[in-house]
Design a protein around this ligand. Structure first.
Ligand SMILES: *Cc1c(COP(=O)(O)O)cnc(C)c1O
Length: 384
């Protein structure tokens, strides 16, 4: 069994994917070209923004968004403590200070009340300028944007969305990738919409921000090619990856999102009766893109032992994330964490992600559920 079955996807889409890649190889455009422009148009239409600017990966997309907003030294950027490190790495690289904010126990996303406390505390201290919030749609679930927006408005903060895990997610009818002044995503192969290498994109409704992002992504170019008007980076999506994504986006919209939801529903039914196992929670009005199916194990459960038990039965699992960001050595001495983020800390000790995705078969899902139940009984001595 695969943790996320990219081989099954390739087997189904192979004819279209092979043809798309070969077309690029034979036409001779390897950077840019019609595929990239068409993909940007389709992605913007899918997400519901006016502009999409593709780039080399999701981490660059975050950095580019912060460059566009002019974030730098002296700025405090509020990020969830429970996320992939790139969310905090991008502001750090630009000399800004990440402020780690605790997450909600049930959604795993940024907790608006904790955000408000953190912004107020940094304002009171007066050393850094509270500047921006990067909310993360963790595991595919949209962050609680309406409440986060209220906090941002109260304190005059920019809101950015890190939608790397959430292409296809939906909140109150609005797609992930369309929240905040700019949103970003990643096309790393294992994300809900992935390519065959690295890729990323930014989304915005603002023509000025879109133009700036394009410039920063290509060495700070001006209107003419060798006109260098600002210090930028080199971050482009390859034509081959764009061709792959055009095929995959069509399948994503046509059936993959629905299939992932079916897999999640089946897990929900099969796992509901396991005592003390907390299943992913999707609030009313939200749809997850199901980047991960992450459960919270019973208190005191031997997680590593359970992973071994499942591995012996050929069931791969993963821990996202085993350490809250405030405890990562990379951010020591260059970040702020005011309250120790107790929820993120607890989740990092108790979460485990199960095999997931649109290609998870019903029988594999059932096998995971049965083995998980059996493993928990054996390890905790509990009988339902
Ligand atoms: C994967 C991921 C990124 C980075 O994307 P890359 O394309 O790997 O650079 C950023 N933020 C989050 C939350 C992610 O999961």
């Amino acid at each position: 069994m695969e943790f996320r079955d990219l081989k099954a996807q390739y087997a189904i889409l192979r004819g279209e994917l092979d043809a798309a890649v070969l077309r690029v190889l034979s036409q001779g455009h390897y950077i840019g070209g019609p595929e990239v422009a068409l993909l940007e148009e389709r992605l913007a239409a899918f997400v519901g923004t006016r502009y999409c600017v593709t780039c080399a990966n999701g981490t660059d997309a975050l950095q580019l968004a912060l460059m566009v907003e002019g974030v730098g030294p002296g700025d405090a950027v509020f990020v969830p403590d429970f996320t992939f490190c790139a969310t905090a790495e991008a502001p750090s690289l630009l000399g800004a200070t990440p402020v780690f904010v605790d997450v909600d126990r049930r959604t795993f996303c940024l907790d608006p009340a904790a955000l408000e406390r953190a912004v107020a505390a940094v304002s009171r201290q007066g050393e850094l300028r509270p500047r921006a919030v990067i909310a993360v749609d963790l595991f595919g679930l949209p962050a609680p944007y309406p409440k986060i927006q209220q906090v941002c408005e109260r304190f005059g903060l920019l809101l950015l969305e890190d939608g790397a895990q959430a292409m296809g997610g939906l909140l109150r009818g609005q797609r992930c990738g369309s929240w905040g002044s700019m949103a970003t995503t990643s096309f790393f192969p294992a994300k809900p919409l992935g390519c065959y290498g690295d890729g990323g994109a930014l989304f915005t409704n603002d023509p000025v921000r879109a133009e700036l992002a394009r410039s920063y992504a290509v060495h700070g170019k001006g209107s003419a090619k060798y006109d260098n008007v600002r210090v930028g980076i080199n971050s482009r999506l390859d034509t081959v990856q764009a061709a792959v994504l055009l095929v995959k986006l069509a399948a994503f919209e046509r059936f993959e999102l629905d299939e992932a939801q079916k897999a999640a529903d089946a897990y929900g039914e099969a796992l509901a009766a396991i005592p003390n196992l907390e299943l992913p929670w999707v609030p009313e009005g939200s749809t997850s893109a199901w980047a991960q199916y992450t459960v919270v194990l019973p208190l005191g459960c031997d997680r590593a032992g359970l992973q071994r038990f499942l591995k012996e039965r050929a069931i791969p699992t993963a821990v996202y994330y085993p350490r809250p960001l405030h405890a990562q050595p990379a951010f020591a001495g260059r970040s702020i964490c005011l309250d120790g983020c107790p929820v993120a800390t607890e989740l990092s000790q108790r979460v485990m992600s199960l095999p997931m995705g649109p290609y998870l078969t019903a029988s594999d899902g059932a096998a995971v559920a049965a083995a998980l139940r059996e493993g928990l009984e054996e390890l905790t001595g509990q009988r339902p």
